[in-house]
Design a protein around this ligand. Structure first.
Ligand SMILES: NC(=O)c1ccc[n+]([C@@H]2O[C@H](COP(=O)([O-])OP(=O)(O)OC[C@H]3O[C@@H](n4cnc5c(N)ncnc54)[C@H](O)[C@@H]3O)[C@@H](O)[C@H]2O)c1
Length: 326
């Protein structure tokens, strides 16, 4: 059984991935600076948590020792904040990814799976977006992820490091309570009895992929031999915000929606969904979760999560602080 390092493993996608990997019997180590993720969220899985930062070369080198596969999720994930502070985003997403790749190369890691993004890298393009389009990021977040992809390709080309970049669309599901993405935001506001804010007129579209399907894509990418390649990982379905609101109404009939409209925000694209033919063909990716079912499961988790929060306060994971920024 392989040893995995999940950077950012205490975050939304990280906890879902760690849950799956440990259920499969893998050895898992997590490197997270706990800027957003919480140690208590991975405590039940008995993984090794290294508290450290990917900007810190000492921390990332220690984390990569003896590891077979690195799933690099740690990132500055907020598109709007990347517009106001592009330098911080560069440090974490571009330079941080370079640090991870250097450490992987030097530690002899066999595979690196990089969490990239579809919409933000490609910018305003006629959807469905696909891997052959010329990227035109409209935010620093998109630019930083594109740099990460470029380094992944370069590290395969120059050093033979087996990298693969997965361009996630808009991911939703359990453990997303802290996220600023639209599904999490809407469900959190519903929980708190607050209005659902729509920026723009609601006709803007996204491609919502359920987190279990996304985790499956990561496992498929781990098994496939596709060094240096890029894949769109999405549902392949275009959904407007107005359609999402309607789906929430049906999935969560017990709560009345108070929807309010505000002007659109800089850095956000108007239409986005992905063509996932390449991932279907080369990885065997086949997303199964329909929006309705995904929303029902996510809402159930959101309701249970607040109740469990108190229980987590006494959690004691195996924690080590590594590097200079921990
Ligand atoms: N959630 C989505 O819809 C989505 C879409 C496209 C791409 N992605 C990418 O997937 C990855 C995971 O996203 P997520 O939604 O789980 O995000 P998240 O914010 O929930 O998790 C990120 C984790 O990384 C940690 N982290 C942040 N900066 C760090 C640093 N400098 N050093 C070490 N740890 C750090 C945080 O504490 C957090 O636990 C990210 O790279 C993100 O850009 C996510």
């Amino acid at each position: 059984m392989k040893t995995y390092l999940v950077t950012g493993g205490c975050g939304f996608i990280g906890v879902n991935l760690v849950t799956r990997l440990t259920a499969l019997g893998a050895r898992v180590r997590v490197l997270d600076n706990l800027s957003l993720g919480k140690r208590g969220d991975i405590e039940p899985f008995g993984v090794d948590l290294l508290v450290g930062d990917i900007r810190d070369t000492v921390a990332i080198r220690k984390a990569c020792e003896g590891v077979d596969v690195v799933v690099h999720l740690a990132a500055h994930t907020r598109v709007i904040e990347s517009v106001s502070d592009p330098a911080l985003n560069f440090e974490i997403n571009a330079l941080g990814t370079l640090n991870v790749l250097l450490a992987c190369r030097d530690a002899g890691v066999k595979k690196v799976i990089f969490a990239s993004t579809g919409g933000a890298i490609l910018g305003e393009q006629e959807p469905p977006v696909h891997e052959d389009m010329v990227p035109r990021p409209v935010s620093a977040y998109g630019a930083g992820k594109l740099a990460g992809e470029a380094y992944c390709s370069a590290f395969f080309g120059s050093y033979g490091l087996n990298t693969v970049a997965l361009r996630f669309s808009n991911v939703y599901g359990p453990w997303s309570y802290h996220k600023g993405s639209v599904v999490a935001q809407f469900l959190r506001n519903l929980m708190q009895g607050e209005p659902l804010i729509v920026y723009g007129d609601g006709t803007q579209t996204r491609d919502f992929v359920y987190v279990d399907d996304l985790v499956e894509a990561i496992l498929l990418a781990d098994r496939a031999e596709t060094p240096g390649e890029v894949f769109q990982i999405a549902s392949g379905i275009e959904t407007s915000i107005l359609t999402l609101l309607q789906a929430i109404k049906v999935a969560i009939p017990e709560v009345a929606l108070d929807v309010q409209f505000r002007p659109s925000r800089a850095g956000e694209i108007s239409r986005n969904y992905a063509n996932i033919d390449k991932a279907r063909r080369r990885l065997g990716f086949n997303p199964k979760t329909e929006l309705h079912q995904g929303l029902v499961t996510t809402w159930k988790w959101f309701k249970e999560h607040t109740a469990k929060d108190d229980a987590k306060k006494d959690a004691k994971p195996r924690v080590e602080h590594v590097g200079n920024k921990a």
